[in-house]
Design a binder for this molecule. Sequence first.
Ligand code: SAM
Length: 239
Amino acid sequence: MNERHYINRDFPRHGMRPMSTDMDLVAEIILINHLNPKVCWEIGTGKADWALFINQYMNISPEWHLTENFDWATTTNEAIMSYIPDNWPKNLTDINNHIRKMYKKNKKEFKYTLYDQDILKIQNNKLVDLWRIDCDFENLDQSIEHMLEYSSDNVIFFVDDIIPSRCINRFVTMMDQVRRGNLELVWVGIGEAAWTKPNTLDLPNMYHLFQKSAKYFRKFSLIDDKIIYNRNTAYFVIE
Ligand SMILES: C[S@@+](CC[C@H](N)C(=O)[O-])C[C@H]1O[C@@H](n2cnc3c(N)ncnc32)[C@H](O)[C@@H]1O
């Protein structure tokens, strides 16, 4: 029985197709169910499948705030077009319809608000416990600063496509925040990573939780009691 089989058996997709690897999704569920974030934002939500999938396996039903920029899906840029599936949402109605369809199927409460606006223009009146960043920004540094300003003390940031051959700027920008003392890197997966404010998580305890789910992770490690990472995919030194 291979690793993939285990993951699919324990976390069936129920028709959702988040653009993440199974191993990253499992790690995210472990971290999220440890922190129980109540206010969650995803920037670059696409069909909302990442949020729907995570919501399905969360202990609580948080409020989700999902932002999209439909220019991406209606672009004429060939490189982007070759990457976008045919049924990619082109407006808020398309996302709403997909969410309703998934709710009919899965029946897990999904509390959400959709935005077709740049994150810098959105008025935020509740502190955010979880940010997921899955898109590019005109000014990434400024956008991260803005998100930090509206973050709770227990905030966790999940950032997708952080490997150097994808969106290296995302990793570099987040690590700038680490150097400024605002964030710490807590987990590195196959294509995604997570940051919290310093000392939010008891990492050795988190590592223990990961060990309990060891069947999902071929190999993973804890570096200097600080960062959990999938050993087969990541190698780096943090000073
Ligand atoms: C990789 S897809 C998202 C997939 C989805 N998060 C998932 O995991 O299932 C990236 C999405 O970000 C959107 N996007 C691009 N730039 C954006 C921006 N500045 N703000 C919000 N959304 C943006 C694109 O239209 C696209 O749908």
